[in-house]
Design a protein around this ligand. Structure first.
Ligand code: HEC
Length: 454
């Protein structure tokens, strides 16, 4: 019976409740587990992934303020791209492969030339202050490469000319954060997904809102369109993994109706595969043409923030909370294994309040070792007695590099009593305070015992 239902893809297109049956079938069919591979380069959660048009380069972007360039298919780490002053959320390659653009919490675009990326210490050719008043979370080029769009949590989309990277317009109309966007093939229209639950369609030449082809009760986090396949796929904050017809004439497919937020989506027009990732590590991969689920598994611990489908159904690459890029081969007869990547947080000793403070509030950005340059912040190795802004090799903000401050019990205490904005104004350390004196003292005791002071 199971086989019959699974083969009956037409029913699945029109009757979403069959999804559950299909999932059961999937697990019955699973015979062997496929191994996964994990690549480490970041010192913080990985937020985005982008594959170059020629398939030779992968870029991952991270909470650790950097992007990393990897060569494909060996996935060896080639360069760390330093420049952003906060988490890097998104990267996009221009379709001609000449430019890479990155963007993040610092609301800037950094423009990198591909032919300079393998320089010893690659630097962006331009820094563009976007004028967005909140973080930029997504970037997309038009197919002809002449336009770029930035999606921001300030409720707008920025429209940029390429290669000048000059602002042409802000598209406003979303009543909430804008999470993602994609141009139509002719570059004349743009679809955008917002926290207001709308997918909005825009006229690009007039920078004008046209209509909302999708209105969902909950926010829409991700979208992908393919006009040849006649589908507009999206993932929602209440767990919906869906596609509807762009022309309005084809069927809608409800792969999953609800659950934890869907936070990533990839569509490969060549293989016609579509892949959704949610905030609890679930990955669902389907044949987009017939609406049939091929894989549905828990891939990693925590959210799958970024995803790339590799050509020819070879594998899926996942970015997530665990600091790794995880590659899972896709073999129809095997069910992929779960990558249990342990976060490289400081190990937590629940009995020690100082250790707990550090693990929860600092370790995602700071290591305690001499070789700790891969985190968003500098290593705190030998912090006591160290002049601020002097850990060698770390790209400090000029504010911290200039200060005369020396770190000791009193100054570290003040840093978290009054906040970095008061103690080190202009610093790129995010605003945070630890209001309870006991927590600050325990944290300082912990740092004293672990940072190897002289
Ligand atoms: C989200 C990331 C992040 C978190 C969380 C964070 N920091 Fe930082 N921290 C930074 C960054 C980035 C800098 C460098 C700032 C600059 O260059 O302006 C920094 C700088 C510092 C400095 C100055 C170091 C130096 O070499 O001058 C100290 C001390 C510090 N942090 C301690 C802490 C402690 C203790 C915690 C936990 C209570 C913490 N930080 C949490 C990102 C973070």
């Amino acid at each position: 019976m199971c086989q019959l239902l699974c083969a009956d893809t037409e029913s699945i297109r029109v009757r979403p409740w069959l999804t559950a049956v299909l999932l059961m079938c999937g697990s019955l069919f699973a015979t062997s587990a496929t191994a996964f591979e994990q690549y480490t380069a970041h010192g913080g959660p990985v937020k985005g992934l982008a594959l170059s048009p020629d398939g030779r380069w992968l870029v991952s972007t991270s909470f650790d303020y950097t992007a990393v360039l990897w060569s494909v298919p060996d996935f060896s780490e080639r360069r760390t791209l330093v420049g952003h002053e906060a988490a890097v959320n998104a990267a996009a390659f221009s379709p001609d492969g000449r430019y890479l653009v990155t963007a993040g919490d610092d609301r800037t675009l950094r423009i990198w030339k591909m032919d300079q990326l393998l320089d010893e210490t690659p630097a962006p050719v331009a820094k563009v202050v976007t004028g967005h008043s909140a973080k930029v979370v997504h970037l997309t080029f038009s197919a002809d490469g002449q336009r770029l769009v930035s999606s921001s949590w300030d409720h707008t989309l920025g429209l940029w000319s390429v290669p000048a990277f000059e602002k042409l317009a802000f598209l406003s109309g979303h009543d909430g954060p804008v999470n993602a966007a994609q141009f139509t093939k002719d570059g004349l229209s743009l679809y955008s997904a917002g926290g207001d639950g709308h997918i909005r369609l825009w006229d690009i030449r007039e920078a004008r809102y046209l209509q909302s082809p999708v209105e969902n009760g909950w926010g829409i986090n991700v979208l992908a369109i393919d006009e040849d396949l006649d589908l507009l796929a999206y993932g929602t904050a209440n767990g919906g993994m869906r596609s509807v017809s762009v022309s309005g004439k084809g069927p809608s497919v409800d792969y999953v109706a609800d659950g934890p937020p869907v936070v990533s989506l990839a569509l490969d027009p060549e293989t016609e595969l579509i892949s959704f990732g949610n905030s609890e590590g679930r990955v669902l991969i389907a044949d987009a043409r017939v609406g049939e689920i091929e894989h549905d598994f828990r891939a990693v611990e925590g959210p799958v923030w970024g995803m790339v489908l590799m050509p020819q159904r070879d594998s899926v690459l996942l970015a997530g909370l665990d600091d790794f890029v995880t590659r899972i081969p896709l073999n129809r007869s095997a069910s992929p294994a779960v990558a249990g990547g342990e976060r490289r947080f400081h190990r937590l000793d629940e009995r020690d309040n100082g250790a707990r403070q550090f693990a929860r509030k600092c370790s995602v950005c700071h290591s305690l070792e001499a070789d700790g340059k891969r985190r968003a912040g500098p290593s705190l190795y030998r912090i006591f007695g160290r002049r601020a802004g002097t850990f060698s090799g770390y790209p400090y903000s000029s504010a911290l590099a200039r200060t005369e401050l020396v770190w000791n019990e009193a100054t570290i205490d003040a840093l978290f009593k009054d906040g970095p904005d008061v103690v080190t104004p202009g610093s790129k350390m995010p605003l945070q305070r630890i209001p309870k004196a006991k927590d600050r003292h325990d944290l300082i005791d912990f740092l004293k015992s672990t940072t190897k002071q002289e």
